[in-house]
Design a protein around this ligand. Sequence first.
Ligand code: GMT
Length: 381
Amino acid sequence: MRIGIVCYPTFGGSGVVATELGKELALEGHQVHFITYDLPVRFDHFISNLHYHEVRVSDYPLFDYQPYELVLASRMVDVVKHENLDLLHVHYAIPHASAAYMAREILRSQGINIPFVTTLHGTDITLVGKDASFEPVITFAINQSDAVTAVSESLKRDTYEHFDVTRNIDVIPNFIDIARYEGCSTEGVMKAFSPNGERILFHASNFRPVKRVEDVVKVFSLVRNEIPSKLLLAGDGPDRPKIEALCRELGTCKDVHFLGKLKHIEEVYSVADAFLLPSETESFGLAALEAMASHVPVISSNTGGIPEINIHGETGFLSNVGDVEDMAQNTLKLLRNDALMESMKKGAFKKAKTFSKENIIPLYEDLYRKVIEESARAIRS
Ligand code: GMT
């Protein structure tokens, strides 16, 4: 198949999932064309049938806001026509689904048929989407998509609850390349952060308020009062000043390491004793899956799609959002009991394997074939 992929090319989960999907599809022999404003973070130039088309918005002084969505739609029209695409797959409802709708209708007026699949990742629905200024466009674009997928049952429910969506939503969860997390060298990271064998707690995110990184620091502080430990924080974002201030207030700064936005995060996962994800809401929690693929138990909140991957008592522990005391107790239980740690490491890895790329990518391929066939049939009739 000849597939166009539109996504946010950033470190965010939706961009990572879209890029990893595109790479896998290209390796399967499909022709894959990324249409984005920048090279996706995990793009790989050395896969021969993976292509990149930049969306460049000219800066007209006349406009206070540059019309990115229109430029994106025009670029999609251009790529579909010249690369002879069979299908567009857009990740994130805003503004990608509405731009795809516009591109599809422009092409239809020129006698070209191009169906589009929309994948909902979470924040487009649970946070941004609920904003009244976006809602009508999102509802319309979802309903007009030729197929819609959500990354968890929880996100599917949220979408039906908050939007007047009439079309079927298929759940296709996030996936993981298990091999990427195997056999990482741990020596350097251990030497740098755990010189005296301290236990390592880990968190990775974009430090937005929804991630509740301050809870991570509070949990760590309670754990560190009992067991010598270090906290590693990967990523960066708007809450960083607040997080640093809290570390100062709690006197934990010397044991908290800010690692920034890492390209090879798997080395850090591989040394962690527990991964902390206390999010306010999380449609899936790709970072938790990455931890589990590295045999790391997850201490998380019991919200959104997280309980679909982190199974309480098997792969880690769940607590109510904001219950830092319970999260700390669960972490201590884990760190103090070697047998429990061993069984949870195994449980985490076993569950992660159910989300392997080998299990999930074919679900997208089957959906694409179905959508292409149905759309061709509709045109014929
Ligand atoms: O988590 C983020 O802040 C990034 C966000 C995004 O939109 O890229 O991630 C969302 O999509 C990921 C991939 O499907 C999911 O694993 C994350 O759970 C989801 N984030 C939230 O729902 C907060």
